[in-house]
Write a protein that binds this ligand. Structure first.
Ligand code: CTP
Length: 384
């Protein structure tokens, strides 16, 4: 369909970016990015009609998207050309706009394209040695200002290195370190940085993470300078075990926040002001500042009701952090809460009691607590 409509509308269309890289590597990817030379608007409209799917189109940026029922996301953009800060870095433009568009990208492995209209069908476009770099498992930047122009690419680099098992080409390695040391990050939007961190930390971490973070102190982009050494890995390992367990049970967890907390030992509230997070997310990141107090209370709160009252206001992520940071008896208490107490609910509520003739007031809460306790007692006995 993509090819047929391209031919009909006389546009050149290329598959570009991460999907081409993953196709070559045999990795799964549902996000297809297409670069269009020609009238993107008509092309999109025609595609949407043929696919019988809606499309979105942004006239200012000349980008559009179609989500297919099959789960694939199709993104379209016109080839972009810009005035570069490094004139002469390109040869005379031989192949139209596509060279310039690809040159604007982050790593050579992401600067590959495959023609998908009949004129270029199946042609692999590799101006910058991306295939060579894929073969040698290297991440290489396209030009030396890349990380200064856009430091979020350093975080992307770490994500790619971990996902693909690639390492950085020597010069790229140096440019990343230089950018982290001398770059001025004041003007980059913090939410953009956070977005990249959330992608980086959304996947299970392995031993390589501490080494990478030591080499590339990306938390500097958030004005943070945590100590990251090998000992951090034991706590990460513990967090990963707990996340594995709850993921299997289909809990919906913001895993990236948990990994951030563990690696940073939490963040001070005042640092979070312009990160673009909601209150719940901020409370997860600052949770370590109250964890010791809660652990103390876990030690002393002996009845199920007290335990429930202590923990019921916390989010799932905070509860999981408690599991990560506790041991022995306290940890058992948290498990008891997650696996049992948090699931005990009453079939009656305050309204039912009022209907039965009780006067509204604190007594309602007391009765409900008593019923809850009785139910828990019963349940615990049956469980035993
Ligand atoms: N890109 C870039 N600089 C950024 C973000 C993106 O140069 N800060 C380029 C990359 O070359 C990338 C393309 O834009 O291939 C599309 O971005 P995105 O969809 O975020 O990445 P993909 O590589 O397609 O996918 P993934 O995130 O899985 O790597």
């Amino acid at each position: 369909v993509i090819r047929r409509e391209a031919d009909k509308h006389d546009v050149r269309v290329y598959l570009v970016g991460g999907m081409v890289r993953d196709l070559i590597l045999g990795l799964e990817n549902n996000d297809l990015d297409f670069m269009v030379e020609g009238n993107i608007k008509y092309y999109l409209r025609a595609l949407s009609r043929t696919f019988e799917e809606n499309y979105t189109y942004n006239d200012k940026f000349k980008t559009g998207r179609i989500r297919l029922n099959s789960g694939y996301n199709l993104d379209f953009a016109v080839a972009r050309s810009e005035v570069y800060t490094s004139p002469g870095a390109l040869p005379e433009v031989e192949t139209g706009e596509i060279v310039e568009d690809l040159f604007r990208r982050d790593f050579t492995v992401n600067a590959l394209a495959i023609g998908v209209d009949s004129q270029n069908w199946g042609t692999l476009i590799d101006f910058f040695g991306g295939i060579h770099d894929i073969e040698h498992k290297k991440l290489r930047v396209l030009h030396r200002f890349s990380f200064l122009d856009d430091p979020t690419r350093i975080i992307r680099g770490l994500r790619l290195a971990l996902r693909l098992g690639f390492s950085f080409q020597d010069k790229t390695n140096l440019l990343m370190k230089e950018a982290l040391k001398f770059g001025n990050f004041k003007r980059i939007s913090k939410p953009r940085i956070i977005k990249e961190f959330s992608l980086l930390f959304s996947k299970k971490m392995d031993r390589r993470i501490t080494g990478l973070l030591k080499q590339f102190p990306i938390f500097h982009l958030l004005d943070l300078d945590p100590r990251v050494d090998e000992s951090k890995f034991s706590i990460i390992k513990r967090a990963e075990c707990i996340l594995d367990y709850f993921r299997q049970k289909n809990y919906n967890i913001k895993e990236w926040l948990i990994r951030m907390v563990v690696l940073l030992d939490g963040v001070e509230e005042k640092k979070l002001a312009n990160w673009g997070l909601n209150r719940g997310e901020r409370e997860i990141l600052t949770f370590p500042s109250v964890i010791d107090t809660i652990i103390d209370k876990l030690r002393t709160n002996s009845t199920p009701l007290k335990l429930k009252k202590l923990l019921e206001g916390f989010t799932l992520e905070q509860i999981l952090l408690l599991l990560i940071y506790t041991e022995g008896k306290e940890r058992k208490q948290v498990y008891k809460y997650i696996n049992y107490l948090s699931k005990v609910d009453l079939k009656i509520n305050g309204h039912d009691l009022i209907e039965l003739g009780l006067k509204p007031g604190p007594v309602i809460k007391e009765v409900l607590d008593k019923v809850w306790e009785a139910k828990v007692d019963n349940g615990l006995k049956t469980r035993e």
